[in-house]
Design a protein around this ligand. Structure first.
Ligand code: MG
Length: 161
């Protein structure tokens, strides 16, 4: 059985006047902050896309969805994830599982985790139990700890069809 593993990382700035979208879910930050970016700035979905692409050495999401291309302005990252998932399938691979950890001080992500897993799984063609989404704070340390941004780490395991 041919297996490949990939990892992905992303971070976006927390700023006023932007929506906070994680795993396709619109959340409310207690200070009204959201994630800055060209697309919807969904760091969780971006990290997962990079893990999927990385597993097959297909580059990163900047290659497929350049941040200076007006086409992707405000883009729904779940739609981009769908495209990455179909690229993986077209190369003859299927996703075994995905795991991720979002690093954010606030808001509390726990009430939204199940919805995030379901949304991500649906776009990749997986069951929710094949998509891990975890949340941690950074114990107020560093840029994520100071709430300058939200970061995410992800891994993906692929199996050749
Ligand atoms: Mg990003």
């Amino acid at each position: 059985m041919q297996l490949r593993i990939g990892n992905g990382y992303d971070i976006h700035r927390l700023v006023p006047g932007r929506p906070l979208i994680l795993g396709g879910q619109r959340l409310l930050h207690p200070d009204g902050l959201g994630l800055d970016g060209h697309s919807d700035a969904d760091v969780l979905v971006h990290a997962i896309m990079d893990a999927l692409l990385g597993a097959l050495s297909l580059g990163d999401i900047g290659l497929y969805f350049p941040p200076d291309d007006p086409k992707w302005l405000g883009a729904d990252s779940l739609l981009l994830l769908e495209q990455v998932a179909s690229l993986v399938r077209s190369r003859g691979w299927q996703v075994v599982n995905v795991d991720s950890v979002v690093v954010a001080e606030r808001p509390k992500l726990k009430p939204h985790i199940e919805a995030m897993r379901a949304a991500i799984a649906a776009r990749i063609g997986l069951d929710p139990d094949q998509v891990g989404v975890k949340a941690t704070t950074n114990e107020k340390l560093g840029p994520t700890g100071r709430e300058e941004g939200i970061a995410c780490h992800a891994v993906a395991l692929l199996q050749q069809l």
